[in-house]
Design a protein around this ligand. Sequence first.
Ligand code: 5AD
Ligand code: SF4
Length: 452
Amino acid sequence: MQNNINNTQDKNQKKYTIVTWGCQMNEHDSEKMAGMLEEMGYVNTDDIQHTDLIIYNTCLVRENAELKVYGNLGELKALKRDKPDLIIAVSGCMMQKKEVRDVIKQKYRFVDILFGTHNLHKLPEFIANHNQTSKMIVDVWEDGGEIVEGLPAHRKHGFKAFVNIMYGCNNFCSYCIVPYTRGRERSRNPEDIVKEIEKLAKEGYKEITLLGQNVNSYGKTLENKVTFAELLRMIDKIEGVERVRFMTSHPKDLSEELIYAMRDCDTVCEHFHLPFQAGSNRVLKIMNRKYTKEKYLEIVGRLKEEVPNVSITTDIIVGFPGETDEDFEETLDVVRKVGFDSAFTFLYSIREGTPAADMENQVPDDIKRERFQRLLDTLRPLSHEANQHYVNEVVEVLIENVSKNNDDVLSGRTRTNKLVHFAGTKDLIGQLVNVKIDEAKTWTLEGHIINE
Ligand code: 5AD
Ligand code: SF4
């Protein structure tokens, strides 16, 4: 959800609220929508009761995100009845699916504007048109077409920023809906990316996260081919940027050249988010992942050799169709061998329209849940152990937040993306400080600021 950024509002100013589900790509799309709305004179508010425009930016990657959107939309019905001028818009991945649009058109008729992932730049036009028609505006493009450059963005933080480097995905992993909602892979020109980051650096942004569904295959669609490793080396030279992160990586496209770029570039943080999804080669093949367990372990080995103290995080799916207990043991084996710093773990969720949804041998829920628990029980001590290595070390932390419950506790992230808590005052948010680690918890670190 967007923060309430502007507190000096004039009463007549129109207000907007954006609620975001899903990944960083969606979060950044919301920042772009916020940028366009602010150029139109809107100001941000989190107060849904007193807003003039609500946008739900939706996600389709797993069923629970989808159900939450329907639940929340239902709650808006009464609000719209009491305040007919309120504009309700729904955007994002769910809208790319015709069946979802049909449900909204039939059951949520109070929605005013419905648009997809490829045409969010038309938001100002939709709002202008809305004032001239009482009908629901529905505009969804099936594919991406030309990349639209130069959209404004109202970023949530003033010190770290997302930057898209590519859109879409060509991989068609058999469980995943993303290629159907985000279209084919398209890379932005390196000059446009560098220009955007130079501007952000001048504005004082310290940390840049490069976004793409599969950043390792960056550049393949460009006329003048540039690899992701080359792009990182270009960005590394930009004055003022302190940290560069990227996500998400696909093991099949992870090159030695990229490992060297991480090793050599001072700004590139020592953290790899490298989803492996499943450990069994049989399952990986049906998932269409195009690597084996052995290959994955080999890449991780190379990363650890070349980049000292690299942290490795991952995504894991439990209960893919046909997954047997033996297959699942292979997943646990990868977890133990790699010793992940942390992992996002998911129960397989049927996504209509993907090949895996039609597979007959779906795993029963109770078995999925039991395996999921075993996975967490395996991950927990390994994460704790990885965190133990930080005790008594001094690490650089970018301060991001103040604790919700205690104004004197700050949190921030190390270059390796570990979350650290320590005492401090909120005027330090956005600063890079040195923190000595006193204690390792399972998922976080505790420490205190030192002056060096
Ligand atoms: N069910 C469960 N998890 C999924 N993911 C993608 N599709 C599904 C699905 N159908 C997970 C993958 C991916 C992450 C973003 O979401 O692990 O890496
Ligand atoms: Fe989905 Fe696979 Fe593309 Fe990732 S690489 S977005 S999991 S299809």
